[in-house]
Design a protein around this ligand. Structure first.
Ligand code: HEC
Length: 143
């Protein structure tokens, strides 16, 4: 009985999150089993959707750059820099030419998120890394 309830809830949750992703970023549709395969990334997904998705997509340039594989470029190789950037982009940019150049290209300064903890940011990073995986590397059961 309890198992049925849990399974039912999981299916409900799954279908609602898939719908949101459908509208937002078709490339991410394949990841609708994220909550089963990576719970940290799953937590990060909702924080990302609430805070980042209005300006960023994984594979498409929007108000801000596409975030696919961003941890492998520029200052983001060092995780500490990602925390500093998200907490205060303007302050980070003042001392960093990589992000200063991005700002020239995108013509706006990214909003600051001082309220996000390092743990929240770790979860966002985990989600972005998960969503950046080539689709061919995902389990065959995914659509
Ligand atoms: C209001 C729009 C906006 C929001 C919301 C936003 N960003 Fe950005 N982001 C930008 C812009 C624009 C840039 C390019 C640098 C600049 O101009 O400030 C950027 C740059 C970045 C970069 C550097 C990308 C690269 O190619 O090196 C990262 C990483 C990033 N944002 C992460 C995030 C995360 C994580 C969130 C959510 C917590 C977020 N951003 C929310 C607009 C936004």
């Amino acid at each position: 009985m309890l198992l049925c309830l849990i399974a039912g809830f999981a299916i409900l949750k799954k279908s609602s999150s898939t719908k949101v992703l459908l509208e937002a970023d078709p490339v991410v549709i394949a990841y609708n089993t994220i909550e089963q395969s990576n719970s940290t990334a799953y937590k990060g997904k909702s924080i990302y959707q609430q805070n980042c998705q209005s300006c960023h997509a994984i594979n498409k340039i929007m108000t801000g750059p596409a975030l696919n594989g961003f941890t492998k470029r520029g200052p983001w190789i060092k995780k500490e820099n990602i925390y500093k950037w998200i907490h205060n982009p303007a302050a980070f940019m003042a001392k960093d030419s990589y992000t200063k150049n991005l700002q020239k290209e995108y013509e706006v300064i990214m909003q600051a998120f001082p309220q996000l903890s390092k743990e929240d940011i770790d979860e966002i990073i985990e989600y972005i890394e998960y969503a950046s995986l080539p689709q061919s590397s995902l389990p065959a059961s995914m659509p």
